[in-house]
Design a protein around this ligand. Structure first.
Ligand SMILES: [Mn+2]
Length: 328
């Protein structure tokens, strides 16, 4: 059962020391939502930090706002650990110690796939929200905090990144309404934020993207497109994996593609980012391999397979997924 925005705001207003947890491979929604909440809590006189254990992607550096830390012991008495934009322990891997320090555990998320291993003291999971940033915005308002320019920037970044700049089918009137409120904040300029997020790609990243696109494989009569970011490609182009962000969107812009898959070969494992256009249930496909996400945007990780084995395992499932329009 979901707790109400009001009750969550009431609980949080009563606490002084709070840690916020974005998911691993943080994106604009995870970090933007955490930082917005962190800034609002600080404004209300609380001690709050965003707990991370990986570098912030370069194009999201403006979302840190002095809130992030990797120091487990940053607060002496943690009253609440709050998971944001995710809901399972595997999504905050490496930060279990910090998480466990919270006397209360909370969660706000918009992913329908729900982890069972945690008992939250409060949680709100809204699969219909385009971004966790929409939930964060409502909690910030309900706590009575002022939407400052920094908070507005964070919320806008959260929503624009998770909606593919308001283009994905998860975009709702509420996404636009919240963005509309942000436009009223003095100094707010969506163009500036969009440029920070989308227009700072390196020449190397563009070259990497063009090589991945050139190497795409198509299946099911062109309905499925599969790309690969290998360690070799990264090294040849002098790129890191976070510079592959955005390639999956490019794949999905190809006419006739219903399902897109981008394999990412990391040092430790093989990840697959999955996207559907209209009917392909990618969350279901991902769940076959222990992954999850949204119907049209999901992912899974292969820890015991190399890239070739992961392809052999996943592609037949994806062909089936894009070939069955009833796969909603
Ligand atoms: Mn999200």
């Amino acid at each position: 059962m979901n707790d109400t925005i009001r009750s969550i705001a009431t609980i949080m207003k009563d606490l002084d020391n709070i840690l916020l947890f974005p998911h691993i491979n943080m994106d604009g929604d995870a970090l933007g939502s955490c930082t917005a909440l962190c800034l609002a809590l600080r404004q209300l006189g609380k001690h709050a930090y965003v707990m991370i254990n990986e570098p912030v992607p370069k194009n999201l550096d403006f979302l840190e706002c002095g809130c992030t830390t990797d120091d487990d012991s940053v607060l002496s008495d943690v009253q609440l650990s709050l998971m944001v934009d995710c809901n399972g322990m595997n999504r905050i891997a490496g930060r279990e110690n910090a998480w466990n320090r919270g006397r209360l555990k909370g969660c706000i998320d918009h992913h329908a796939t729900k982890a069972k291993e945690i008992r939250y003291d409060f949680s709100r999971i809204e699969p219909k929200s385009a971004a966790a940033g929409e939930i964060a915005y409502n909690i910030i308002r309900a706590m009575g905090a002022e939407i400052t320019l920094d908070i507005a920037n964070c919320i806008f970044a959260a929503i624009t990144t998770d909606t593919g700049n308001f283009q994905h089918s998860n975009t709702t009137s509420r996404s636009h309404e919240i963005a509309g409120h942000l436009y009223k904040i003095e100094g707010f300029n969506s163009k500036v934020i969009s440029a920070l997020i989308y227009d700072r790609r390196s020449k190397e990243a563009i070259k990497l993207e063009s090589e991945v696109i050139a190497g795409l494989d198509f299946y099911a009569g062109g309905k499925l497109a599969v790309g690969k970011v290998t360690q070799k490609l990264l090294k040849e182009n002098g790129c890191t994996m976070d510079e592959a962000d955005g390639i999956i969107q490019k794949i999905m812009s190809i006419e006739g593609v219903e399902g897109g898959c981008l394999f990412k070969e990391t040092e430790q494992n093989v990840r697959a980012s999955l996207r559907g256009r209209t009917y392909a249930n990618m969350a279901k496909a991902a769940s076959v391999f222990g992954g999850g996400g949204h119907v049209l945007a999901a992912g899974c990780t292969f820890t015991d397979m190399d890239l070739e084995q992961a392809e052999k395992a996943l592609i037949p499932v994806l062909i089936e997924t894009v070939s069955s329009p009833e796969n909603k």
